[in-house]
Ligand binder design. Structure first.
Ligand code: ZN
Length: 137
């Protein structure tokens, strides 16, 4: 597979306004969009950092995986997202190599991307998301 870049770092938060204000006013970064991702039960805000983004993750429901993360670990780093050229090929390659995956098939993520998460047990404790953006992105 070919990894192109760090697409974003996912950060779990309990509210969006405080962190957005901090990144804008104290770190002089720009907001690059905001959307609700129904399938993952989160509202996300992207903060642009050069070629990459910070992805602030706010749970929209009590049973959202991010809500559970906040309960047990509190706010902070949640996942690393790597952009790949072909996510179907990447997932197939990992499956063939016996790498444990959370998503056996790519599913829809923010920004019209296709995403698939690797299991943290396979990645030495890090939640890793692979994503592929539509060609027009
Ligand atoms: Zn993400």
């Amino acid at each position: 597979m070919k990894i192109k870049r760090i697409a974003h770092l996912g950060i779990a938060v309990k509210d969006l306004d405080g962190p957005k204000k901090f990144y804008r006013e104290n770190l002089n970064l720009e907001l690059a969009g905001e959307e609700v991702v129904e399938t993952q039960k989160v509202k996300v805000s992207f903060i642009k950092v050069g070629e990459s983004n910070l992805e602030l993750l706010l749970p929209t429901t009590g049973d959202s995986p991010v809500a559970k993360f906040l309960e047990t670990r509190g706010e902070g780093f949640h996942h690393l997202a790597l952009e790949v050229e072909d996510i179907h090929a990447a997932v197939a390659e990992l499956k063939a190599a016996g790498v444990r995956l959370i998503d056996e098939k790519p599913r829809e993520g923010a920004h019209g991307a296709l995403v698939a998460f690797l299991h943290p047990k396979a990645t030495f404790g890090l939640l890793v998301e692979l994503c592929e953006y539509p060609k027009s992105h």
